[in-house]
Design a protein around this ligand. Structure first.
Ligand code: OAD
Length: 251
């Protein structure tokens, strides 16, 4: 049996597939990954240096503005063929889960419903001081902000800064999402690992959990990642191309 036939058989027979997605799955929607060089004004900055609590404490306006820029990209983005294929796959596999590290809404927009979000949601804003509880979104109508302001917007409840509802480096992931992700990774029979560099933990631990519990691992990525050597198969290419052709082969 060829490797292609083996992959098709594994996916066709799957009962509880899980798809772990990273920034690469949204790249064809025009959202740069965290490893891409940034454009224009932001070219001098490294995303890994902006997405930290320390960066926000030192320069809240800079970090807020960077997320405003990313929010602009996300607001204009549309799901690509990769997101759409994953939503179609949910119809074939009613027990399928997507675990995403992405903070955009493109899986939801494509029609997927069983999504575990590990790193939050860029469309939401929360209080930096957690004055109403951790990661409780503040309604957009309750605060004002314009780009000329010298600080991020202020929390309508405590007057502290507001921040995007995303997980920064060095911060804990939302406990329920993490627990749900470990549960589904433990029980899955195949995990598709799509568009992630596999270097940011704990998300990058999930394929190991799946492997340890007997699942097959299949990676879709134009490049090799830190996880490639643990894979049963690496399908080299953009997810917007490889996923539709995979679905074509199994259906
Ligand atoms: P990265 O930016 O680290 O990696 C993106 C991956 O996508 C790379 O392995 C690319 O080779 C791959 N890629 C690029 N184009 C692709 C395409 N068209 N189709 C499929 N794959 C493609 O993104 P993540 O692994 O998601 O965390 O990064 C993990 C976390 O690091 C992010 O969630 C973010 C970041 O810091 C937080 O914000 C907390």
């Amino acid at each position: 049996m060829s490797i292609e036939e083996t992959i098709i058989r594994i996916i066709k027979n799957a009962k509880r597939p899980v798809v772990l997605t990273g920034a690469g799955v949204s790249k064809e929607s025009g959202i740069p990954t965290f490893r891409d060089a940034m454009d224009g004004l932001w070219a001098q900055y490294d995303p890994q240096q902006l997405a930290t609590p320390r960066a926000f404490a030192q320069n809240p306006k800079l970090v807020w503005d960077w997320y405003e820029y990313r929010r602009g990209l996300v607001n204009h983005a549309k799901p690509n063929a990769g997101h759409i294929t994953l939503a179609q796959m949910e119809k074939l596999y009613p027990k399928m889960w997507i675990i995403t590290q992405n903070v955009d809404n493109l899986h939801e927009q494509a029609g997927s419903t069983r999504i575990i979000r590990l790193h939050g949601n860029i469309a939401e804003t929360v209080c930096y001081n957690h004055c109403r509880g951790e990661r409780i979104p503040i309604d957009k109508a309750d605060f004002v902000w314009d780009a000329d302001q010298s600080t991020p917007p202020r929390c309508p409840h405590c007057g502290g800064y507001l921040r995007p509802n995303v997980v920064w480096f060095e911060e804990n992931l939302p406990a329920k999402a993490m627990q749900d992700a470990f549960n589904v990774a433990t029980r899955c029979d195949v995990m598709l690992v799509v568009g992630t560099s596999g270097i940011v933990s704990p998300a990058s631990d999930l394929p190991h959990v799946a492997l340890h519990n007997g699942a097959a691992l299949i990676e879709i990525n134009p490049e090799e990642s830190a996880l490639t050597r643990y894979m049963d198969a690496h399908l080299k290419g953009a997810s917007g191309v490889v996923l539709p052709s995979l679905l074509g082969m199994i259906s």
